[in-house]
Design a binder for this molecule. Structure first.
Ligand SMILES: [Zn+2]
Length: 216
């Protein structure tokens, strides 16, 4: 199974990715993880990519694409994969299409997990994280026993800057703008599967499994 998952921050992509990689025993390829791995080792392309990140600039598409191309040659992805966070724009989608052609592969489905912006903002802005151990809580859906205090170690719960309402609205807007063309691109190729991310996780999992049953 060769899959792509897309969705704005707060839509619960992580949990859905876990379901898919477990179901199909495929590796989860997030460009964030690839970059982190490259930066920690002695790789030429990693050094080039890092020089952009260190300057606070975006890594250019040709470098990201080359990193993905190299990743696709590794043994663990030969039978399938789940891309997460890639492709992010049309240039990357076109590059991926070319890599698939070169390999004689094709993408089986692109999951577009969506939810209303208000729901996303509420989910993320309600997150609280333990300063000590990093455990994640939510002021409505996953409260600690004592407000503001971690159940595990008594650490103080804080809100990350990234999770603040004004930051999150901006992140969602940027995401929607960036990915809109990619979503239409996969829609035109009849690969797009819309998943409602506003319902609870079991409901979403059911939707995903139903769709995959139809593809198989
Ligand atoms: Zn803690």
């Amino acid at each position: 199974m060769r899959l792509i998952i897309m969705g704005p921050p707060g839509v619960g992509k992580g949990a859905k990715s876990k379901l898919l990689i477990k179901q199909y025993q495929i590796p989860h390829i997030s460009t964030g993880d690839i970059f982190r791995e490259l930066f920690s080792g002695d790789y030429e392309i990693g050094k080039i990519a890092k020089s952009y990140v260190d300057r606070g600039a975006l890594v250019p598409d040709d470098i990201t694409n080359e990193i993905v191309r190299q990743r696709l040659n590794q043994a663990d992805v030969q039978k399938g994969f789940l891309f997460d966070g890639y492709p992010r724009n049309i240039e990357q989608a076109e590059a991926l299409e070319q890599f698939m052609k070169d390999k004689g592969w094709k993408i089986d489905a692109v999951f577009n997990v969506q939810a209303d912006d208000n729901i996303l903002v509420k989910r993320i802005s309600g997150r609280r994280v333990c300063k000590t151990c990093g455990a994640v809580y939510h002021i409505e859906n996953n409260k600690p026993k004592v407000e503001g205090i971690c159940d595990l170690d008594g650490g103080k719960l804080i809100q990350r800057v990234d999770d603040r309402e004004e930051t999150i609205s901006h992140r969602i807007k940027i995401y929607q703008q960036q990915t809109k063309p990619v979503i239409s691109w996969y829609e035109d190729k009849n690969l797009l599967v819309h998943i409602d991310g506003s319902k609870d996780i079991n409901h979403t999992n059911e939707q995903i499994m139903k769709v995959l049953g139809e593809i198989n």
